[in-house]
Every structure is written in structure tokens, then in C-alpha cells.
Design a protein around this ligand. Structure first.
Ligand code: ATP
Ligand code: MG
Length: 427
């Protein structure tokens, strides 16, 4: 099929809005005689005058050829072999054009460098190279299948993405039922893009999600964890959540929790307030780490579970640990929350009772402990959300002001990694 090609004069995508690392990679590939495109989200976001999160490059050079071209390159991925080209503070993911899933889709396990289709049509492995057109057509949505060609600065559109960008539509490439069966995670990606971009999900795709939502339980839990974080860290968590509710994707993602929140309107309200807070932090350029995210979103649910265990005779500390581990580990069947994150959520919650003790040296010791800031952010949020502990909150706010944290003796380079866009939210 002939693509639509938008010449440089007819679009707004400029190299000046790309990172110098991305431009370097594109030119190096081009100068070595290869085709080099920016692909996916980078092109979409630049066309929408948004700031792309990162730039992915697609090329006809093979991973080995790419590796030889760039000293700062490593090949990664078991599922797809692709090149990560490392620059200071930035990784340019560079992938060879990939071929689509074969039509027959039988359950044959092919040999290395081919593809494996498991039960229910899910793609287990694909690593075969293809043409630019094939590469475009194997992507998830039309708006994610646009290329920017460094050779003549044109936009190449094989899938109708330009029109869908204009019309603000998330449209699946190909048959939605089939594409969601291949990779169920695409369903929550649709909700994310619709929420984050303020687009509608095209009718057929929307109906397909509603029908196929339970396929999500087949998705790899580690991928689900990554996508769940993207849902809530994208800066439009509240809008994304509304799409998860409209499509009922929330149910297969967070089974028990999704039942619980609809039993009482105030429970739902807590979640919405959490998401608004996440979006505010994001807009202020602050990044919340996953443990605080999970502590906040599930906060009221965890408090409910903890109270049940306390009523059954457990100590508050045991109850917090058992309730939270029980819930988050149970969720692991769908969304694999790393153990470390689960322990941090437990700490945030079991530290809450320490805010009630304001005598002696305890507050000072608590404030100097590692988990204080996250615990305080939770305490502050929950005090406001539930209109409780107002006096305690005032006391702690005053105490923090009159006891500002001492500057660390030496700045550890590694410690900034978790909070790359500024300090922890600290309001
Ligand atoms: P973001 O702004 O969140 O980075 P993105 O569109 O760049 O959005 P990525 O997850 O970075 O999303 O993926 C890069 C590109 O790879 C997508 O634009 C899409 O073309 C393709 N892609 C990603 N995930 C899938 C998938 N599950 N199925 C098909 N194509 C995918
Ligand atoms: Mg991206």
C-alpha cells in the first residue's frame, strides 16, 4: 500500500524539537546508508505539539549492524532484540523494522528469530525483520504508527494515523478482537492514550475492549506492572481512570479493589482525589515513586483491611503488614508488584500511627528516619481527603518547619535516580 507522505513544508515536526541524541542516531544511520525514522510516540507527540517522553528509532539496519555502528550501544530484549544506544541521561531505543504476526496464527513454536503463538492467540515471541510498512502495521494504534524520515524530513503514514490525530481517535490497526487477543495489554494502552490525549476510542475498538477485557488476566504480570505505572504517572491519571471505568478494565486489573470501591461513594472519591493529587505533582514536575503511588491509591482500601485484622485481634503493625502484603501479593497474579515496593507500602502504612506520638524525642527520631517523607505525604493526603487529624497535621507541619532537614554531608549520585524531576513531593 502506498503511504501518505507529508512533506516538510506541510507539517510542524522539527529536528529542533528532538533531543540531540535522537538526531545523532538518525544521522549516523542515514550516513551509513540505512533508512532511519523516528517512530511511534515521538512523532505522534510532536505532531500534537506535545513534549515526547522519549524518541524511538526504526531502521533497516539489523541489531548487529547497529551495534557495530555505535560504541555506546547494547542489545537487549528476549522478546524483541533491539538496540539501546546510551547517551548521558538518555537512551535511544533503536529497532529494526519488524514483520507482523503471520496470518495462520497456529500454535506452532517456530525456531529462533521467528514467532511463537500460544493459546488464545497471544504472541509469545517475535523477532523477524520486515519492511517499514509491515513495521507500521504491526503497531498498536494508527496514531502510533507514524514515521518521521530523517532523509527528507517527511512524515510517512501507512495506517491513517494523520487523519485519526486530526479527528482525535484511538483506532486499532487491523481487527481489534484479533489485536487485543495477540496482546491484551493493548487494551489498557488504549485507555491510557485516550485519557492522556483527550481522544475517543473508536467504536469497534471500544466494544472489543468491553468484550475482551478479561483477556487481561493472560497478560504477563511484569508488563502489567509497567503499564499500570504508566497509567497513573502519565499526568492525566484521572482521565485515564475514567476510561478504565468506562471500559470496565479496572475489574480484571484490580479485582477485589474494584468491587470494594463501588460499595460506597466516598471510597470512589478517595481514589479520584488521589489521582488528582498525582496529576498535580506530575504537572509540577515531581515524580512520585511506585510505593507512594500504591500506598495512596489503595490507601483507604488498605486502611479498611487493616482495621478488619485489628478487630480480629492483630496488633496494628502485624495488621498493616498482613493486610497490605495479602492484597498486593494477591494482585501479583495480574500485576507483579516487586517485593521491595510492597515492603515500602507496608512501611508507609505502619508508620502512620507514629504521627500520633508527639512527645519527647520520638518526633525528631521519626522525622530523621528514612521512611518519614513518604509516610508524611500519605498522612497529609489522608488527613485532607478524610477531614481527620487536622490538629496533628498542623502540629507536624509546624514541627517540620521549625526542624528543617539537615543537608546531607555528601550528595549521593545514585539516590537522585528515583526522583529525577525534582525532589520528592513535599507540600
Ligand atoms: P509514551 O508516550 O507512553 O512513550 P509510546 O507510543 O511511545 O507512548 P511506547 O510504549 O514507548 O509508547 O511504545 C513505542 C511504540 O511502540 C508505540 O508508539 C507503538 O507504535 C509501539 N508499541 C508499543 N507497545 C505496543 C504493543 N503492545 N503492540 C503494538 N505496538 C506497540
Ligand atoms: Mg515512547
Amino acid at each position: 500500500m502506498e503511504p501518505i507522505i507529508l512533506k516538510r513544508a506541510d507539517h510542524n515536526v522539527s529536528r529542533q524539537n528532538m533531543t540531540s541524541a535522537a538526531v545523532k542516531v538518525l544521522y549516523r544511520l542515514k550516513d551509513e546508508g540505512y533508512t532511519a525514522y523516528v517512530a511511534g510516540g515521538g512523532v505522534r507527540d510532536l505532531l500534537l505539539n506535545r513534549n515526547p517522553k522519549d524518541f524511538d528509532v526504526a531502521t533497516n539496519a539489523t541489531p548487529e549492524q547497529i551495534r557495530k555502528m555505535f560504541r555506546n550501544c547494547r542489545l537487549v530484549g528476549r522478546r524483541f532484540r533491539l538496540a539501546h544506544i546510551l547517551f548521558r541521561g538518555e537512551v535511544i531505543e533503536t529497532a529494526t523494522f519488524r514483520a507482523p504476526v503471520p496470518e495462520d496464527g497456529d500454535d506452532t513454536i517456530h525456531c529462533e528469530n521467528t514467532l511463537q503463538v500460544g493459546e488464545s492467540g497471544m504472541v509469545m515471541r517475535d523477532n523477524i525483520f520486515g519492511t517499514p510498512e509491515e513495521d507500521a502495521m504491526r503497531r498498536d494504534f494508527t496514531i502510533n504508527a507514524l514515521f518521521y524520515n530523517i532523509a527528507d524530513f517527511s512524515i510517512i503514514d501507512y495506517a491513517g494515523g494523520l487523519k485519526d490525530l486530526d479527528d482525535k481517535i484511538i483506532r486499532v490497526i487491523g481487527d481489534p478482537d484479533k489485536r487485543f487477543a495477540e496482546d491484551p495489554v493493548r487494551m489498557i494502552r488504549a485507555a491510557r492514550f485516550a485519557g492522556a490525549l483527550g481522544f475517543e476510542i473508536e467504536k469497534e475498538a471500544y466494544e472489543s475492549i468491553c468484550k475482551n477485557k478479561d483477556l487481561l488476566t493472560h497478560a504477563a504480570p511484569s508488563r502489567m506492572y509497567e503499564e499500570v505505572q504508566k497509567l497513573f504517572f502519565c499526568g492525566h491519571a484521572e482521565a485515564v481512570f475514567q476510561w478504565l471505568e468506562r471500559t470496565d478494565l479496572l475489574h480484571p486489573m484490580f479485582h477485589d479493589f474494584s468491587h470494594w470501591i463501588y460499595e460506597d461513594k466516598t471510597r470512589h472519591e478517595w481514589v479520584i482525589q488521589t489521582l488528582e493529587q498525582m496529576d498535580r505533582w506530575r504537572k509540577a514536575g515531581l515524580r512520585v515513586h511506585p510505593a507512594l503511588l500504591f500506598a495512596l491509591i489503595f490507601g483507604e482500601y488498605h486502611e479498611f483491611l487493616i482495621q478488619q485484622l485489628i478487630d480480629a485481634g492483630q496488633t496494628p503493625t502485624d495488621a498493616a503488614r498482613n493486610a497490605i502484603q495479602g492484597h498486593l501479593k494477591g494482585m501479583c497474579e495480574n500485576v507483579r508488584v516487586p517485593k521491595q515496593v510492597i515492603y515500602q507500602v507496608c512501611d508507609i502504612m505502619s508508620n502512620q500511627s507514629r504521627f500520633e506520638r508527639t512527645n519527647g524525642r520520638r518526633p525528631q527520631r521519626f522525622m530523621q528516619s528514612r521512611g518519614f517523607l513518604d509516610a508524611f505525604l500519605y498522612f497529609k493526603f489522608s488527613s485532607k481527603a478524610c477531614n481527620r487529624h487536622q490538629e496533628l497535621l498542623e502540629w507536624w507541619t509546624g514541627f517540620r518547619k521549625s526542624n528543617p532537614p539537615k543537608a546531607p554531608a555528601r550528595k549521593s549520585r545514585g539516590s537522585k535516580k528515583h526522583k529525577p524531576e525534582g525532589d520528592a513531593p513535599n507540600q
